[in-house]
Design a protein around this ligand. Structure first.
Ligand SMILES: Cc1cc2nc3c(=O)[nH]c(=O)nc-3n(C[C@H](O)[C@H](O)[C@H](O)COP(=O)(O)O)c2cc1C
Length: 179
């Protein structure tokens, strides 16, 4: 299977593992990337030097692209950003996006940037500032997100921007895997 997301991120399946604070470490991210999706280290409230170590660990565990998720309202954000600009993980996703002015610096470092957005206006601003794609995340995801549902938000964002849109928030299936 291939589409714009697979081509952009150099992955086999257009599936991104959500960055999860203190849950998605380098081990999980590398496993997902090895499986053909995009694994993402949740930087969360990690001290910046711990993030540097996690990025190095992911590089040791997988030869596939992976990402780092940073939450912009986190007090560690500026220090984490400095580490990310030095270590240059292939992809950065941004949560709790306060502004999009950080995107050009990340792009300059050769990093693909994917903000998580809960509103059309923010998606447009992200595209204007150079985002490679956006995650349109509906309120079903919980957390630092807006009040529009995934099924409403995703088509609105898709119509508003030309960059690829990844849908998130409450997407699940209840089939049990049969071994
Ligand atoms: C335990 C947990 C921790 C999360 N931590 C973060 C985070 O640090 N940064 C972020 O942008 N999103 C975070 N999220 C949101 C996920 O990355 C993802 O966008 C969201 O879970 C998608 O919605 P869904 O769980 O309904 O599929 C977290 C989600 C969970 C379940």
């Amino acid at each position: 299977m291939t589409n714009r997301i697979c081509e952009l991120l150099d992955i086999d399946y257009p599936v991104l593992q959500g960055g999860m604070t203190w849950v998605s470490d380098a081990g999980l991210a590398a496993a997902v990337s090895d499986g053909g999706g995009l694994g993402i280290i949740g930087a969360g409230a990690m001290p910046a030097e711990m993030l540097r170590d996690e990025i190095a660990r992911a590089r040791g565990l997988t030869s596939h692209p992976f990402g780092v998720n940073m939450i912009m309202i986190n007090p560690e954000f500026e220090k984490q950003l400095a580490v990310v600009l030095e270590e240059k993980p292939p992809v950065v996703t941004l949560g709790a996006v306060q502004n999009t002015s950080v995107i050009p610096d990340l792009k300059e470092a050769g990093i693909k940037v994917i903000p998580v957005v809960a509103a059309v206006a923010l998606a447009r601003r992200a595209e204007k500032n150079g985002a490679d794609a956006v995650v349109a995340e509906g309120e079903e995801a919980g957390g630092h997100i807006g009040g529009t549902t995934t099924m409403v938000l995703t088509p609105l964002v898709s119509r508003a921007v030309d960059i690829p849109v990844i849908a998130a928030g409450g997407i699940a299936e209840d089939r049990k895997s049969v071994v």
